[in-house]
Ligand binder design. Structure first.
Ligand code: ATP
Ligand code: MG
Length: 442
């Protein structure tokens, strides 16, 4: 990935001295859990490189701390007040994470004070009128069947760090589990810094949520598998519509502000897509190599076309906007509507009849309950977040990397974005499936 070795050291609140209450109940009855040592690490980069003598040698990109229960923990479970919050856009699997966190605190550690913070960081602001939600295994029973988050979610508030930490202090919270994307994790880092500055002993653990899969240091994010599975029938529908109309064009928009992973993977899963447009690959509309000329060729050749669009694709074609949401993210204009209008105008000018249908399933996709893959993944992320917090880890997030659950310092995790490499195998396979040109820029 990178040649510079990153600092993967996980901050700790202090020495873990309390024996863990976790006991494995296997038949031999020796009562030992499968504890993980802090010194058990895995290679960040499992690739090798050619050494001077022609043999391959490991790439030294550092090692990652393995997640899992520790034999000695930092917090006394009887005294713990744990809090969990979900921030940013909703994503399949949020309820599964909440459920797993609550159950692990309750059943594995015997923690009895677990608070759900309503509507993300906003629920921790002084003026918040939303009541704190007490959580226990009964309340979270079955919540995984529903999409969204039982705690609600919001944008904004993450800049009022001092107020948030005041609230944590006032509530005597020892552990904050924050489930969210890049913004939430930046907020979690800042909260951790403020906690340190005040000399408090509060663990802040992140569970990374990004339906777009745009966070680095996470093999794949939860909700992503469900998102692709939900997008597939939409593309199938768009294709059938297009095939059944005179010069039918199906235009589908999926999530992907900075990275087009959902669009790319959906194009592979449902190979009816003829043009996959992603933020990483800017294109022109007009001109001899522009998108519209290629679309015309396709329509004249085959009589129908399916275009799959990530929401961040082609933003350079739209007039810039200064509008921002409550979290400070630039508000995107709808590239789907823009493209639909431009396609219609172009074919009118060319005197070719087309029938275009635009489908935006984004809200349906992100509100879906997690599929089996994501359900398993969320259950495990949630449990590992609790193990990390109880051991006194802080300012860290739980990630799956090289098929192992690991701790990643939040500072490192938010330092770069995950993008599709246009020279990489994923994009090459997409191009092979769609048969679109490598570039549609003049
Ligand atoms: P997603 O974008 O995937 O929906 P996100 O976590 O990035 O998730 P945001 O709305 O950007 O969603 O941020 C969620 C929370 O984090 C908000 O409360 C916001 O105020 C806070 N936040 C965003 N950016 C920062 C930042 N740079 N520093 C501190 N807090 C932030
Ligand atoms: Mg974000």
């Amino acid at each position: 990935m990178s040649s510079a070795v990153l600092d993967f050291t996980i901050p700790n609140l202090g020495e873990a001295k309390i024996p863990s209450p976790i006991l494995m109940s296997h038949s031999s009855g020796d009562g030992m859990a499968d504890y993980v040592l802090d010194s058990t690490r895995i290679l960040f980069n499992v690739a090798t490189k050619a050494g001077s003598d022609g043999h391959s040698v490991p790439v030294d990109d550092g090692t990652l701390e393995l997640a899992g229960p520790r034999e000695r923990i930092y917090f006394n479970p009887a005294h713990v007040h744990a809090a969990i919050t979900t921030c940013g856009g909703i994503c399949p699997g949020l309820n599964n994470v909440i459920r797993a966190v609550v159950r692990c605190f309750w059943y594995r550690y015997g923690v009895r004070r677990i608070s759900g913070i309503p509507y993300g960081y906003q629920g921790l602001l002084e003026e918040s009128s939303f009541p704190i939600i007490p959580l226990d295994p009964d309340i979270v029973d079955d919540i995984q069947e529903k999409g969204g988050t039982i705690l609600g979610s919001s944008r904004g508030g993450g800049d009022q760090i001092s107020e948030i930490v005041d609230s944590l202090e006032r509530m005597n919270v020892n552990i904050l589990v924050a489930v969210g994307g890049d913004g939430t994790l930046r907020g979690a880092w800042d909260i951790g810094e403020e906690i340190k500055k005040r000399g408090l002993k509060i663990s802040v653990i992140g569970v990374p949520k990004t339906i777009d899969n745009d966070l680095s240091f996470i093999q794949s994010s939860f909700g992503f598998d469900t998102a692709v599975a939900q997008a597939v029938p939409v593309v199938r529908g768009a294709h059938i519509e297009a095939r059944n109309s005179i010069n039918g064009i199906g235009l589908v928009k999926v999530m992907g502000r900075e990275s087009g992973f959902i669009a790319a993977n959906t194009s592979l899963a449902q190979s009816d897509v003829n043009f996959c447009l992603i933020p990483e690959n800017p294109f022109d509309l007009e001109g001899e190599n522009g998108f519209l000329v290629h679309l015309k060729k396709r329509i004249l050749d085959r009589g129908h076309a399916v275009i799959l669009l990530a929401e961040g694709a082609g933003q350079n074609l739209l007039p810039p906007t200064a509008e921002r949401d409550a979290s400070g993210n630039v508000k995107f204009q709808d590239i789907g509507i823009f493209l639909k209008d431009r396609i219609q105008a172009y074919f009118k000018k060319e005197r070719i009849e087309v029938n275009i249908k635009y489908i935006d399933p984004s809200y349906i996709i992100r509100s879906a309950p997690a599929d089996s893959f994501d359900s398993i993944y969320c259950a495990r992320l949630g449990a590992h977040a609790v193990h990390a917090a109880m051991a006194g880890k802080t300012q860290a997030l739980i990630s799956q990397w090289n098929n192992k659950y690991v701790h990643i310092p939040i500072k490192v995790a938010v330092s770069r974005r995950n993008h599709i490499d246009l020279e990489g195998t994923l994009w090459r396979d997409v191009l092979e499936n769609t048969r679109q040109p490598y570039s549609m820029a003049n």
